[in-house]
Design a protein around this ligand. Structure first.
Ligand code: 5AD
Ligand code: SF4
Length: 440
């Protein structure tokens, strides 16, 4: 049996796209190589959101050179966001001539024809969608690897052009799937027994604008999916604060199967920086949205993305970001140092001293850690319904799963609990980690 290995970098979208790649390879008769086992096909599914993501992928691709020398028939493919940057496909092939296939973000399906071609003739294929993106392919088969949770893409691309971000350039404009296609896939996942389904899009809140105008939006879609019978959880990400509306809050409040867990990236707490970032909201507008969420969904876990060191960021702007963190009290925050992305407007702006940015990220992480720890304490001695996801990666004899609000809980138990809803009393917390015991 021929084996494959997929190495994935980046966001959930990429994780899900790797399931698509695995689906194609399975169809071609390959099976996944176990840890340490040689592979006949190696696929790198890359990310380019920040410089370190790119450097990591480049390093790993480079390391494959010796493996390829030992096994010249091994097929190496590089796909995804990194290849989609200006001239990147050609540059990759020049730097690493042993790469056989380079594909972009929306033509992954071509692997199905290119892999057998390379296997037969050792030809080389570089195929990036540089112009018009192809229509959405509704005939994909996935090889889902995510256990109890299934990812479901509702849209592709992004129209927002935040001035720091490469995503709209490498993933193209927003393209929504039809509500029928999404509902069909949702029902299939329900039939297959998934207990949690996560709807994915770069900005789920603008779902449907391209195909339904203002007639049918994300709140309508979410409500329809929530009405499907049976016990399960629905999550979604990511939300852009400018499009997060009150109707959506009402739908989340009405249906208990929609998780009280919202990822609402704020990026910065400074109005000056938000404007320079082209985010189309002010700190006041964002805080009003948070207040509306807290009013209707008091137990909602709110998470965010934060960036420091964006061009023109001064100490007073950074203090506004710290103030935002203190006010909102996020249950978790993903913190980043701004990374210059060639071709984006912010790349041409004056850059902040890296030492200053480093100092700010440390202070930001410390502030958020303190809040996370305090919020964790509030979970102690209370009982939560947990969807048990897997064995604990760190604690023997334990399993783990999440609260509705998205917090990870580790508790004693065996494999029989995986995929089940269990009541767990939180007995102890340690920074972001919660530990508990099952209750009747
Ligand atoms: N530099 C640093 N962080 C970035 N992000 C996006 N682009 C950049 C960049 N150029 C962050 C944002 C976004 C998250 C997915 O990645 O915070 O919300
Ligand atoms: Fe990038 Fe902004 Fe689009 Fe998010 S909304 S993917 S940060 S351009």
């Amino acid at each position: 049996m021929q084996k494959y290995r997929i190495i994935t970098y980046g966001c959930q979208m990429n994780v899900h796209e790797s399931e698509k790649i695995a689906g194609i390879l399975t169809k071609l008769g390959y099976t996944e190589a176990k840890e340490g086992e040689d592979a006949d096909v190696v696929v790198f599914n890359t990310c380019c959101i920040r410089d370190n993501a790119e450097r990591k992928a480049m390093g790993h691709i480079g390391m494959l050179k010796t493996e390829k020398k030992k096994n010249p028939s091994m097929i190496v493919a590089v796909v995804g966001c990194m290849t989609q940057q200006d001239g990147a496909g050609k540059a990759l092939r020049e730097k690493f001539p042993f790469i056989d296939i380079v594909l972009g973000t929306s033509n992954l399906a071509l692997l199905e024809t290119y892999i057998p071609s390379v296997a037969a003739s050792r030809g080389k294929y570089v195929d990036i969608d540089e112009n018009e993106l192809p229509p959405i392919n509704e005939n994909e088969s996935f090889y889902r690897t995510s256990g109890t949770n299934a990812w479901l893409n509702i849209m592709y691309g992004c129209n927002n052009f935040c001035t720091y971000c490469i995503v709209p350039y490498v993933r193209g404009r927003e393209r929504s799937r039809t509500k029928e296609a999404i509902k069909d896939e949702f029902l299939r996942l329900v039939d297959e027994g998934y207990k949690e389904i996560t709807l994915l899009g770069q900005n789920v809140n603008s779902y449907g604008k391209d195909i339904y105008g203002g007639e049918y939006g994300f709140a309508d879609l979410l409500e329809e999916l929530a009405k499907v019978g049976g016990k399960r959880r629905i999550r979604f990400m990511t939300s852009h604060p400018k499009d997060f509306n009150r109707k959506l809050i009402d739908v989340i409040a009405e249906y208990p199967n929609i998780c009280n867990n919202i990822h609402l990236p704020v990026q910065s707490g400074s109005d000056k920086i938000l404007k320079l970032m082209n985010r189309h909201y002010t700190r006041e507008y964002y805080l009003d949205t948070i207040a509306a969420i807290r009013e209707k969904l008091p137990d909602c876990g709110i998470t965010t993305d934060l960036m420091v060191g964006f061009p023109y960021e001064e100490e007073c702007d950074f203090l506004d970001t710290l103030d935002m963190v203190e006010r909102v009290r996020y249950s978790n925050a993903f913190t980043f140092v701004y990374s210059v992305r060639k071709g984006t407007p912010a790349a041409k702006m004056p850059q902040v001293d890296p030492e200053v940015a480093k100092d700010r990220i440390m202070r930001l992480i410390a502030a958020q850690n303190k809040i996370t720890k305090e919020l964790s304490k509030e979970y102690e001695n209370k009982v939560y319904e947990i969807l048990c996801e897997d064995f604990s990666p760190n604690k023997k004899g334990c399993v783990c799963g999440r609260t509705d609000s998205g917090r990870l809980v580790t508790f004693e138990g065996g494999g029989d609990l995986i995929g089940k809803f269990v009541n767990v009393r939180i007995t102890r917390s340690q920074s972001a980690s919660l530990f508990g015991v099952t209750e009747e």
